[in-house]
Design a protein around this ligand. Structure first.
Ligand SMILES: Nc1ncnc2c1ncn2[C@@H]1O[C@H](COP(=O)(O)OP(=O)(O)OP(=O)(O)O)[C@@H](O)[C@H]1O
Ligand SMILES: [Mg+2]
Length: 347
């Protein structure tokens, strides 16, 4: 477990004090994928550098498995660092070494024989899907492949914690998803705590169990991904979440809405928000069964999968046409099924 207790980090610079991290308290449990999201300058990398012992907190306490880095000798600190694997936005590979040699690099400080190192590196290359490229040089690889090397190298010392600092930020969306899938499969195969730093909610949605939102050095909101996506509390969190969820009908749906409004001026435009297991339940058909005189037109909809255990989030824009009473009762029914409804006023 990684535990931040009222941790602050203040840099003293020529132009004054820079409070990079302010009074952060966080618990990251073992075997969890924990996401930290925030805009540039929020203090995410500073938080990471304190985790791997490259920086010490100005105040507060940081415990890894109950132990503070402060009390460790140089040797113990080095050992501790070996238990933390890091992957970076710009891969940080050695350009004059092959894929296999890059993966072997962190093993050179250990006690393994050359043959053992080669075997271990080959195994890791296989784990990240690069068995056929072990003799290539980084310059001959695509961005996604370079990051796979970065991941294999980060896993070389069998770390207990893997920290990814914007590891997908330099990749296109499809390659990003491939790398995220790889990290998800690694999480399944190895017992690892993964801390993932990003400014993209998409990365959080695909991979994380929990998320903390940072702004100006502070954690302003945290919780399970399912909760934060469905009930974001802070304005900044809403901004991040809205990129990933439907906030309104798309441009190409608007003419359809216009047509429907002309045809059924009394119809009610609604957004229904589903989350968790509701996505799998026949709630809409049950509603129409209970209110057979209601008509429902679907205008736009989407369901997005959160990382496996926490379900999905869904959004449906619909027009309900029927008597005022039926519509009111139908909304009540949706409410009892814990589907959130928002009346959408078309301007
Ligand atoms: N070594 C340093 N000396 C002085 N100020 C620093 C130092 N490192 C970081 N800062 C400042 O601390 C704040 C937080 O920086 P940090 O790199 O942790 O943010 P970040 O959230 O990782 O940003 P990005 O998304 O751009 O990577 C920024 O204002 C930054 O300028
Ligand atoms: Mg950073």
């Amino acid at each position: 477990m990684i535990e931040f207790k009222n941790v602050s980090k203040i840099y003293q610079t020529k132009s004054g004090r820079v409070p990079a991290v302010q009074d952060v308290s966080l618990k990251i449990n073992t075997d969890e994928v924990f996401g930290i999201i925030g805009f540039s300058g929020a203090g995410k990398s500073t938080l990471v550098r304190m985790m791997n012992g490259l920086e010490t907190p100005t105040s507060g306490e940081l415990l890894i498995d109950g132990k503070s880095n402060d009390n460790l000798s140089k040797n113990q600190l080095r050992e501790q660092r070996r238990k933390i694997g890091m992957i970076f936005q710009h891969f940080n590979l050695l350009w004059s070494r092959t894929v296999l040699e890059n993966i072997m690099f962190p093993l050179e400080l250990g006690k393994m024989s050359k043959a053992e190192r080669v075997e271990k590196a080959k195994h890791l290359a296989e784990l990240v899907g690069l068995s056929d490229r072990i003799d290539a040089y980084p310059a001959q690889l695509s961005g996604g492949q370079k990051q796979r090397v970065g991941i294999a190298r980060a896993l070389a010392n069998d770390p207990a914690i893997l920290i990814s600092d914007e590891a997908t930020s330099a990749l296109d969306p499809q390659t990003t998803d491939e790398v995220l899938d790889l990290l998800a499969s690694i999480k399944q195969k190895l017992r690892l705590t993964i801390v993932i730093i990003t400014h993209e909610m998409h990365v959080i949605r695909r991979l994380a169990d929990k998320v903390a939102v940072m702004e100006d050095g502070r954690v302003i909101e945290e919780g399970t991904v399912a909760k934060v996506f469905t009930h974001p509390e802070q304005e900044l969190t809403r901004k991040f979440v809205n990129v990933e969820t439907d906030t309104g009908p798309n441009e190409d749906v608007k003419p359809v809405i216009g047509e429907l409004l002309q045809k059924y001026p009394e119809g009610q435009l609604l957004q229904l928000k589903f989350h968790g297991d509701q996505v799998k339940m026949p709630i809409v058909s049950e509603m129409l069964h209970q209110f057979p005189d209601l008509q429902l037109s679907i205008l736009q909809g989407s369901v997005r999968q959160l990382q496996d255990s926490s379900g999905s989030i869904g959004s449906l824009f619909v027009q309900l046409v029927g008597s005022e009473e039926d519509i009111r009762e139908a909304l009540k029914f949706l409410n009892t099924m814990r589907v959130e409804t928002e009346v959408y006023n078309h301007e």
